[in-house]
Design a protein around this ligand. Structure first.
Ligand SMILES: Cc1cc2nc3c(=O)[nH]c(=O)nc-3n(C[C@H](O)[C@H](O)[C@H](O)COP(=O)(O)OP(=O)(O)OC[C@H]3O[C@@H](n4cnc5c(N)ncnc54)[C@H](O)[C@@H]3O)c2cc1C
Length: 331
């Protein structure tokens, strides 16, 4: 299960806007600096709406005893990115040392790096590590050129091994074509919005490639539409709750004493999946369920996915089993 990382005080050394709504922050921990391998992220402890929260940010540089991160300001989020984007030099925050859930292997015959939007941050550190030593190409997609952070750095680093796809200029990645050019045992690393990830996974599967060689990281809960408030009836607890637009189903259940197992809290691990008994409409935002499971509409990842209108769920809570467990534990 997800454990809250230990955090230490750190100081913002500098803060600047580098592209559109992306702020670059250099952060120096007051104790115990550690280097960050490619793909690592920092965890920052915040208080949002009165609740203790963690927000993660990939380390784009770790030179000079400080970590550098790049934060895209999201207006429709719960406030973490707005807080981070508002930080100035001299401000103090609480951070945990870098952790890595998106490791770069050292053994692939060819690497294909793929970034969408702010998903460029872990990919940039990988590009730096691979530029000199490996066979590497990179595909970088964004809405407009001005909104794409680190475009100049990546061009200088990779030259013609970088291909840029600007949506406003009508360019989109053709994953089937790109994967066809990749060495048969080559690896792809992708970080970007869920839609991009789904397209890449479908093309990877259609190309008959080994699933383990497509590695990805998602940044969270971005959905196809704005989060809406909805009502949830929890059948096994006989309880009806209102989920506000700025809270997740998982958090709302927890606030009412219904604790679901959970870990990643970004729709990847599937631990918090609940059964859907009936729903007006579902708004799936996870990458854990397959397209077929989403279409069937019988499961929902409570950490990120939502409903519009109402939904009836079953969380597998069985009081008779719980009583048996408690009795067994007491013996
Ligand atoms: C490993 C990792 C690395 C990351 N690296 C970076 C990075 O380098 N740079 C960066 O900018 N970000 C990064 N992120 C994302 C970052 O941690 C935050 O999620 C981001 O800053 C948004 O935080 P927030 O509180 O503003 O928004 P959140 O509340 O987390 O909202 C994020 C998204 O969820 C949707 N959403 C908002 N509220 C709800 C709701 N109630 N129910 C469902 N969906 C909702 C919004 O539409 C929004 O698109 C990373 C995340 C992870 C896990």
């Amino acid at each position: 299960m997800h454990s809250a990382p230990d955090t230490l005080p750190a100081t913002i050394l500098s803060a600047e806007t580098i592209a559109g709504d992306v702020r670059l922050l250099r952060i120096r921990p007051e104790f115990g600096f550690t280097r960050a391998e490619p793909g690592s992220h920092l965890s920052v402890a915040l208080t949002l709406g009165g609740l203790d929260r963690i927000r993660s940010y990939s380390v784009v540089n770790d030179e000079g005893g400080a970590w550098t991160i790049a934060v895209r300001r999201l207006e429709n989020g719960r406030g973490g990115s707005r807080f981070m984007a508002g930080l100035q030099a001299g401000d103090r925050i609480q951070v945990a040392a870098p952790r890595n859930h998106f490791q770069l292997s050292g053994s692939s015959p060819e690497y294909l790096l793929i970034a969408g939007g702010i998903g460029v941050t872990p990919i940039l550190s990988m590009a730096r590590a691979l530029a000199k030593r490996g066979r590497v190409r990179m595909l970088y997609a964004g809405r407009t050129r001005n909104s794409m952070a680190f475009l100049d750095d990546l061009t200088a680093l990779l030259g013609d091994r970088l291909t840029v796809f600007v949506e406003a200029e009508g360019a989109v990645i053709d994953f089937a074509q790109e994967f066809a050019r990749l060495h048969a045992e080559g690896e792809a690393y992708i970080c970007g919005p869920n839609g991009m990830l789904t397209a890449a996974r479908n093309a990877w599967k259609a190309a008959g490639r080994l699933p383990a060689l497509l590695r990805f990281e998602t940044f969270g809960a971005g959905g196809a539409r704005e989060p809406e408030a909805f009502d949830v009836h929890v059948r096994d607890h006989n309880l009806t709750l209102h989920v506000p637009s700025d809270a997740s189903l998982l958090d709302t259940l927890a606030r009412h004493g219904i604790q679901l197992a959970n870990d990643c809290q970004r729709g990847e691990c599937g631990l918090c999946v609940v059964d859907v008994v009936e729903a007006s409409a579902l708004d799936h935002r996870c990458v854990f369920l397959s397209e077929e499971q989403r279409r069937e509409g019988r499961k929902l990842c409570a950490c990120v996915s939502r409903a519009t209108g109402h939904v009836t769920i079953d969380t597998f809570y069985r009081p008779s089993l719980a009583r048996t467990d408690l009795a067994a534990a007491a013996e």
